[in-house]
Design a protein around this ligand. Structure first.
Ligand code: AMP
Ligand code: MG
Length: 475
């Protein structure tokens, strides 16, 4: 069959075997054939109805080794040892044709020993947001978990109101989080921590094996991957919303989507999670929080690395982040990295103009990419209020662009379509009535986000009123 579950088989004492509990009248809502092909899934799993049937029986390749992982995490800065897969199950693992592993993980699978009196369920609203969001990030070039399958149901799940119960199967190289290492460290379960570290290196970071200290090499790799990920988030105006250490993947991929959002208007301090009263997870806090989380992870490595090794690993975060972020931002704007100081000043003043004018982030970057810099007048000046300021900025900008030896193509770096919150909301309302047509349309558009065919499509437009939606963490 080609299905494994090496985590559950190698480390059974690091969690519990639990059967999924199907919802009433479960139906396939969405299925990602492209991903199923990329992963070279075994033939029976190419049919979502088969998957659904398998979830209903305890002795199938998807259920017989289904496993809830135990972990902890720093939530809003506070250590919480009581976490784990409270509603998710690791069903199985597939190895693709490049020998890369992928977990199949079912979210909303029902209660587990780590549910802490909660219902073990997920709602259609949050499941659909994750499903579309994760795929969109992938096609933007931002590492992410992927979305394989979404099941809807006629079950009702109560959150702040009654909602439709749903499940999704997502894939990721593994579901090992920062909080896994933290949990076994703080619980002083040194043997389990050791086995987890060795498992992680053997199956997921084999390149660290030959290092003088493989554990220090692992920490360094996680630091660099996380720095690159957050640089991509900042470049695309993506706000994760709940950067607790249990939602941080050691692979440096976007993971455990909750109240995430892309910026509409550029607001550097934007907060979308309505439980985040302090603004801990604001857009402009994400790089600092990523480093805070890496410090928490590093603490769990303190029995395996010297102080100097930990310092050396953590010290690579800032330069990696800054280098990536500046490179990505200047590339999006077509600015030369050799004229660094002038280019960075122009980038900063562009962001300031967008912020003071309450202008849409993604839409205006796209306008910049579409603009002809030989034009003396800025083609989109009419949508700005302080036109004198914009004119001055445009003049300096276009001179710098014109001075470049060769002008690069910017459309492939500046998406026309992103999964905006208001579009996701419309898709959810239809899906609540079993109509997944808008979800499918959004998935199609966000899978080719740079295509010029979207520039005339309503998906590419910012929401009509200047909105700032705050999103619920309860999902
Ligand atoms: P999250 O906010 O989704 O990242 O979840 C934080 C913790 O709460 C994790 O340990 C989850 O497994 C658990 N959790 C969240 N929602 C539920 C739920 N409805 N039932 C059981 N556990 C949950
Ligand atoms: Mg989580």
């Amino acid at each position: 069959m080609g299905l494994l579950n090496r985590y559950a088989e190698t480390l059974p004492e690091l969690g519990s075997f639990v059967l999924p509990e199907p919802l009433k009248d479960m139906r396939v809502g969405l299925f990602n054939t492209t991903l199923a092909n990329e992963l070279a899934l075994p033939e029976p799993l190419m049919k979502p109805q088969n998957m659904l049937d398998w979830l209903h029986s305890p002795v199938t390749p998807l259920t017989q080794r289904a496993f809830a992982q135990k972990y902890g995490g720093h939530q809003f800065g506070q250590w919480n040892p009581e976490l784990g897969d409270g509603r998710g199950l690791l069903l199985a693992e597939v190895i693709d044709s490049n020998a890369q592993p992928h977990d199949l993980h079912l979210k909303g699978a029902g209660p587990t020993p780590y549910s802490r009196h909660a219902d073990g369920r997920a709602v259609l609203r949050s499941t659909l947001r994750e499903y579309i969001g994760a795929e969109a990030l992938h096609y933007l070039g931002i590492p992410s978990s992927r979305s394989l399958c979404l099941f809807t149901s006629s079950d009702t799940v109560y959150r702040e109101r009654s909602e439709t119960g749903a499940m999704m199967i997502r894939t990721a190289p593994s579901h090992i989080r920062f909080g896994h290492f933290e949990y076994y460290f703080y619980a002083s379960q040194t043997d389990k921590l050791q086995r987890l570290l060795d498992f992680t290196i053997k199956h997921h970071f084999a390149e660290c094996k030959e290092a003088t200290n493989p554990y220090a090499a692992l920490l360094g790799a996680v630091v660099r991957r996380t720095a690159r990920l957050v640089a991509l988030w900042q470049t695309h105006g993506f706000v994760h919303g709940v950067m607790n250490t249990d939602n941080m993947s050691i692979h440096g991929i976007t993971f455990d989507y909750g109240p995430f959002s892309f910026l509409d208007n550029y607001e550097s301090g934007a907060v979308f999670n309505h439980s985040d009263h302090q603004g801990r997870y604001a857009f402009n806090q994400q790089p600092g929080i990523a480093l805070w989380n890496l410090n928490a992870l590093a603490h769990a490595f303190s029995g395996h690395c010297s102080v100097d090794e930990i310092k050396a690993a953590l010290s690579t975060f800032e330069p990696t982040f800054i280098l990536q972020y500046q490179h990505l931002m200047l590339s999006r704007m077509g600015l030369d990295t050799s004229e660094q100081e002038q280019s960075l000043a122009l980038m900063q003043s562009w962001l300031q103009v967008l912020e003071t004018e309450n202008q849409d982030y993604t839409y205006n970057f796209r306008q910049l990419a579409l603009a002809n810099v030989s034009s003396i007048e800025c083609p989109f000046r009419d949508t700005f209020v302080d036109r004198e300021k914009l004119d001055a900025w445009w003049e300096s900008y276009r001179q710098l662009r014109l001075a470049r030896e060769e002008d690069t193509e910017l459309l492939s770096l500046n998406p026309a379509v992103i999964p905006r919150t208001h579009l996701l909301q419309q898709a959810i309302e239809l899906a609540e009535n079993n109509d997944f047509s808008l979800s499918e349309a959004l998935l199609e558009a966000t899978s080719t986000p740079f295509d010029t065919k979207w520039d005339t499509h309503p998906f590419s437009k910012p929401p009509s009123s200047s909105t700032h939606t705050s999103l619920s963490c309860s999902s």
